[in-house]
Structure formats: C-alpha cells, structure tokens
Design a protein around this ligand. Structure first.
Ligand code: 5GP
Length: 186
C-alpha cells in the first residue's frame, strides 16, 4: 500500500507544510538552466554560489545549464532562526581570480529583504567582473526592503519562511527534496 505523503514536518519547535514539490522544482530548474545557457551563449561563466542555502540549487542549475565553467563559493549570513537581523556578515569572500573580467553567474537561494544582495553586489563589482547575472531560486517581493536587480527567478513566493532543497531552519531541513512553508495555523 502506498503511504500518504506527510502533511506536516517538525523542525525544532516549528511545523512546516508542503509548498513546492520535488517535481515542480526539477521542472523549473531545468527551464532556468536553459534560459541561463541562452543568455550566456559563447561566454565562459564563473559560477559563484552563495553558501550555504544555494548549494543544492546550484548543483542542479549548473548541470541543467550544461555549461562548463569555474565554480566557487562565498558565504554571508544575516539570519537568526526565521528572521533577518539586517546585518550582513561576510564569512567567505569572493576571490579576484574568479571575478575580474569574468561573466559571473551569482547563484542565490532566496532574495527576501534584499539586504544580502545590497551588501554583497558592491563587493563583487569592486573586483570588476565583465558581467553579473544574478539567479535566485526564490524571491519574496513583498518582504523586499531594497531594490535588487535579479536576472532570473525560479519562483516568486509569499513572505513566509520556507525550508528544504538546501534552505534550513537553524541547521535543519536542508536535506528535504521539496520546499516546505512555515505553518502558522496552530
Ligand atoms: P535577505 O538578505 O534578502 O533578506 O535574505 C537573504 C538570505 O536570508 C538568504 O540567502 C537566506 O539564507 C536567508 N533567508 C531569507 N528568507 C529565508 C527563508 O524563507 N528561509 C530560509 N531558510 N532562509 C531564508
């Protein structure tokens, strides 16, 4: 007998409900990979992945794009639990060799307030890339506090906290194949 999919999962004290399925994500990421390859045709991309949340999305997106290119990682943080404290910290900075004169593809998991990108993009621009293409899996426009120039977006979503497919809640839930949304109704 096929078992029914769970309607709720628990991470620490919080409960989450299904939001995007593995199939919906796969389908969209394949489309994004094709769009990215179309934009960068003939280019030599340098993929820069925002740790930690974007690592699974980046692995799928880069393979879906079928583009060869250097892959490197940067890490910032601003979240404590389910809220941003507004201060963006740089833990792993971009290296000039992966940016200067390169067609940079910046891969982000989610643009929420926009503060991370507002702080990070000038750091990247200071290293004089040839171009920057910002790809984000998720975008919460209703939570956005500052303008961000996003080139490709996977899904526009409401301003609720989500986990799964690389995104965590306090270190948990990154392994989930789908994306789950905070359930606030109990
Ligand atoms: P922003 O600076 O745009 O507010 O947020 C960017 C970062 O905050 C993301 O890279 C991500 O790490 C974290 N973040 C924002 N919204 C969410 C969310 O709904 N779930 C999780 N797990 N992280 C989020």
């Amino acid at each position: 007998m096929a078992s029914a999919k769970p309607e709720r999962i628990q991470l620490h004290e919080l409960s989450f409900r299904p939001f995007l399925t593995e199939e919906e994500i796969d389908e969209r990421v394949v489309q994004l990979g094709k769009e990215l390859a179309g934009r960068l045709e003939g280019g030599d991309p340098s993929f820069i992945v925002m740790l930690r949340g974007a690592f699974i999305f980046a692995a799928d997106l880069i393979r879906a794009s079928r583009m060869d290119g250097e892959i490197s990682f940067v890490r910032t943080s601003s979240y404590k639990g389910t809220r941003t404290d507004g201060k963006v910290r740089m833990h792993l900075a971009p290296e000039a060799a992966t940016v200067t004169g390169r067609d940079v593809v910046l891969i982000e998991d989610i643009v929420d307030s926009g503060l991370t990108m507002q702080a990070f993009l000038p750091e990247l621009e200071a290293l004089h890339p040839k171009s920057i293409t910002l790809v984000t899996l998720l975008h919460k426009p209703e939570a956005q506090r500052v303008e961000v120039d996003i080139d490709l977006t996977g899904f526009v979503i409401p301003p609720k906290f989500v986990v799964g497919y690389g995104l965590d809640y306090d270190g948990r839930g990154r392994h989930l194949a789908g994306i789950w949304q905070l359930a606030e109704d109990f």
